[in-house]
Design a protein around this ligand. Structure first.
Ligand SMILES: [Zn+2]
Length: 506
């Protein structure tokens, strides 16, 4: 079976997660579930970045010990598993012993000629955990945080990224690492062409408040948090532990030709993933990721989310009000997968009502009510496909291959409209009164509903499962067969259940 390894980035945990975090988890989960659906052996990793200086500062501010603080806040992210129905197979906290060991093993494997201890003076943004040059700032401030970086002078270990200038260019140009979307790839190619500079990969233990992963053989230094954080993608597979079988299975993979190692990240951390991480892996003699999918940011009501504006949306609140699948459907279907998107309550409610209440929910109930009423709850005899499901699945698969969730959901919504329209045109409840046979149409409708439910498995798995269970079916494990028309067997008992999506009160 083909292996498929996919990861979210690991967020630092200086506070509760916001709706922007939810976007990345839901996107990654949809991809993971899609690849499981089509029959791959998927490993989905998530985790938390607990060694960041931002955690230390947030803990100090909260009057807590750092360990106590991260022990409390990592749960907020781990809980996405329940709140958003996120199906990760592994979760790595960077304060875990297996992570520390793996990060140190990675460091020890770096080619000696790629490391150098240098005296360094630079402008450091704690928010980004990165040094900046004067010209990278705007009015002397970090573009991301709008704060003035501090001047830091100390002796650090440097990684000679300049050794990898040509190699990185080649990796991107030849799609050895496939950067999606294309415009991001072009941005990074242009960046490489301006010349790559070596970067500091450690800091003094003092400046790090002695928090983080110790540099092997140099107790005065703590690893630069990004070096340690990036290594989570392999330490989460137990790289550096006594049993590295997960790493061998999902990172290295037997079948080199079909090898798939996918990182999902936000646009703000491209530099670390597109440049630093591959260079570090090559230096350590390890295999590279094959794809990096870069999503945009989420604003709320058209504004950048910030604590000071008081417009930070907590995903848990939205889930409590509308349900997990409503949030998943909106973030995948109403927000661009690669550009910036917006979370707005009125848009959310309109999308929910149009596509879930009036769309999927109403259609399911309409079809199953007719099967109940006119067919004694049994599936009629096989009839031909009138909804073009073969084409539907081709479009569906090609949209997933491009990570274009908006397109996936557009296709799903148009299948719903197509089936709905057929019911409105044919008016089976009138035909039945005149004694006309409607069983052909009813088969087409209920089999169409099965296809719809199958397509929802990666997107809104809870709803998909509910529809499939009403059709007396289990979630598929043989997609190639399941996507064929005519699988619902004549005479199969269906069981109509409660409505799927509650209409919002005016
Ligand atoms: Zn910054």
């Amino acid at each position: 079976m083909n292996k498929y390894y996919i990861s979210t980035a690991i967020p630092y945990i200086n506070g509760k997660p916001h709706i922007g975090h939810a976007l990345e988890y839901i996107q990654t989960d949809a991809i993971a579930r899609y690849h499981r659906l089509v029959g791959k052996d998927v490993f989905f990793l998530s985790g938390t970045d607990e060694n960041s200086l931002k955690n230390v500062q947030a803990a100090e501010k909260a009057g807590k010990g750092v360990q106590e603080f991260v022990d409390e806040y990592y749960k907020e992210f781990y809980n996405f598993k329940n709140i958003l129905n996120i199906s990760f197979d592994g979760f790595i906290r960077t304060t875990e012993d297996r992570h520390m060991k793996g990060a140190q093993k990675l460091w020890n494997n770096f080619k000696k000629e790629d490391l150098e201890k240098r005296k360094y003076k630079g402008l450091y943004c704690v928010g980004c955990e990165a040094f900046y040059k004067e010209e990278e700032l705007e009015d002397g401030k970090c573009l991301e945080h709008k704060t003035v970086p501090e001047v830091v002078e100390e002796e650090n270990w440097f990684f000679k990224l300049s050794n990898y200038q040509e190699k990185l260019k080649e990796l991107l140009e030849k799609n050895i690492i496939n950067i999606t979307p294309e415009f991001r790839k072009n941005e990074w190619l242009a960046f490489i062409d301006r010349g790559l500079e070596d970067f500091s990969i450690s800091r003094s233990a003092e400046r790090a408040h002695n928090w983080g992963v110790k540099v092997p053989g140099d107790e005065s230094q703590i690893m630069y948090v990004w070096v340690d954080a990036l290594s989570n993608y392999i330490t989460g597979l137990n790289f550096g532990s006594s049993d590295e079988s997960l790493f061998a299975k999902y990172w290295e993979q037997n079948d080199q030709e079909n090898r798939e190692v996918v990182h999902v990240i936000g646009k703000g951390i491209g530099k670390f993933h597109v440049l630093y991480w591959p260079a570090m892996l090559i230096s350590a003699g390890l295999d590279l990721p094959t794809t990096e999918f870069i999503h945009g940011y989420l604003t709320t009501e058209g504004e950048k989310m910030s604590k000071s504006l008081g417009n930070v949306v907590n995903p848990e609140d939205v889930v409590t009000k509308y349900g997990t699948d409503a949030v998943r459907y909106y973030l995948l279907g109403a927000v661009s997968s690669t550009k910036d998107g917006d979370f707005s309550v009125s848009r959310f409610e309109n999308f929910y009502t149009a596509h879930l209440v009036n769309g999927i929910g109403n259609l399911t109930s309409r079809i199953l009510t007719m099967i109940e009423k006119y067919q004694e709850n049994k599936v009629p005899a096989l009839a031909t496909d009138i909804f073009g499901t073969e084409k539907f699945w081709l479009d569906y698969e090609s949209a997933f291959a491009k990570f274009d969730f908006e397109e996936v959901i557009k296709n799903i919504n148009s299948l719903v409209s197509k089936i709905d329209l057929k019911i409105s045109e044919e008016k089976p409840w009138e035909k039945v009164k005149t004694g006309e046979n409607i069983s052909v149409l009813l088969y087409q409708l209920v089999e169409g509903l099965r296809h719809l439910a199958l397509s929802l498995v990666p997107i809104i798995p809870g709803t998909a499962e509910k529809i499939l269970s009403q059709l007396n079916l289990e979630v598929s494990d043989n997609f190639a067969e399941e996507k064929k028309w005519g699988l619902l067997q004549e005479g199969k008992k269906i069981k109509k259940a409660d409505i799927l999506f509650v209409r919002l009160e005016k």
